[in-house]
Design a protein around this ligand. Structure first.
Ligand code: ZN
Length: 150
């Protein structure tokens, strides 16, 4: 195992142990719930928007280490970013987890989110990492139904 992989694992474990932005946000401009029946992960995403900019973002929920760390790191990454930047980050993040050819060029930098690259080797866990992003999409549209990864 390389030192980099080790560092990435530490990052995920740290965010699982002390999740950032895990709280309720009220009133919220957008709110959505997500559920991953494959693993049992549940997450609620709260959004506060200032025009096209994510002014504040938070989450609540319970799930495995990967889903909790993904929610923590996503909220940390998206605060202050525009909605379109958030959407292209999701696209890039999804490619990081599913596309063996890599994330391609251009677009916003994944930064620390690259820590989830190793999850690609465990297809059953990919939904744990993407659940919170799917839920974010729903929160941006303020959808009431529960997002399921199935
Ligand atoms: Zn999970």
């Amino acid at each position: 195992m390389s030192a980099l992989t080790d560092l990435y694992q530490q990052l995920i474990l740290d965010h699982n142990k002390s999740p950032r932005n895990r709280r309720k946000l009220e009133p919220a401009d957008g709110r959505a719930e997500g559920y991953n029946p494959l693993c049992g992960d549940r997450v609620t995403v709260y959004l506060s928007l200032d025009g096209d900019v994510v002014r504040d973002i938070a989450f609540e929920g319970s799930g495995c280490a990967i889903s909790t760390a993904a929610a923590s790191m996503m909220t940390q990454r998206l605060k202050g970013k525009s909605v379109s930047e958030a959407k292209s980050l999701f696209e890039k993040f999804r490619r990081l987890l599913t596309d063996e050819h890599g994330v391609g060029d251009g677009g916003p930098e994944l930064g620390k989110l690259e820590a989830f690259g190793g999850v690609r080797r465990f297809p059953a866990r990919v939904k744990c990492a993407t659940l919170v992003w799917h839920t974010l999409n729903a929160a941006l549209e303020n959808r009431e139904d529960i997002v399921s990864t199935e």
